[in-house]
Design a protein around this ligand. Structure first.
Ligand code: MG
Length: 204
């Protein structure tokens, strides 16, 4: 099972990260299966970072085997969606970026890919106009809509499948909008798509 993730896919977040341009291709990275955090289990703050950030993202699950998928057929390869958190050790990521080094230790550590309950996409009439948000301790801290994506899900899937065979059960984090920020011990995270709460866990 593979976890794909897209960086810099919302201009509002690119601006907050001081990347005020669109890349010519999607920015793709991966997390190992040990990064998965699900079923409401708590996220334990790791000891190697002083700055763990949440990034709230729409997540889709691959439901067919595929390679070299044309964009116009990409919608056939997923039919469920949830909201997830791409946990990021921002201090480490900053250092890696400055030195031109890979991001894995900042992005792929244990439990860095929190996902909620998957629901059928048919409930939302497709993936390209989904509002999502994150509450921490009952306050809304981040929100976005998938229509603001620079590369939509079909484009991303077509792109990924040029390099990697997609398999049933692979999941895709589709990028975060503006509003990322730190988490601390005791925080209660609740993620929503539209008005449905699909993600609910605590930081310990
Ligand atoms: Mg992200």
């Amino acid at each position: 099972m593979k976890i794909f993730a897209i960086g810099l896919n919302y201009m509002s977040h690119n601006i907050e990260m001081e990347r005020m341009f669109e890349e010519s291709d999607p920015v793709l990275f991966m997390k190992p299966d040990t990064a998965l955090l699900k079923e409401g289990k708590p996220f334990f703050l790791p000891d190697f970072s002083e700055e763990i950030h949440y990034e709230t993202e729409v997540v889709v699950r691959i439901n067919r085997l595929g390679k070299n998928i044309e964009e116009r057929f990409a919608h056939r390869y997923y039919n469920e969606v949830t909201v997830g958190i791409d946990f990021t050790a921002r201090d480490i990521q900053r250092k890696q970026k400055e030195q031109g080094l890979p991001w894995e230790i900042a992005k792929g550590f244990d439990n860095s890919a929190a996902i909620g309950t998957f629901v059928p996409l048919s409930e939302f009439g497709g993936v390209d106009n989904i509002h999502f948000h994150l509450n921490i301790n009952g306050e809304k801290v981040q929100e976005g809509n998938t229509r603001e994506m620079i590369w939509n899900v079909d484009k991303i899937i077509s792109y990924i499948s040029r390099f990697f065979t997609l398999k049933i059960g692979d999941i895709l984090f589709t990028g975060t909008p503006a509003g990322v920020g730190p988490v601390k011990i005791g925080d209660h995270l609740q993620g929503y798509i539209q008005h449905q709460k699909l993600l609910d866990f605590k930081v310990k």
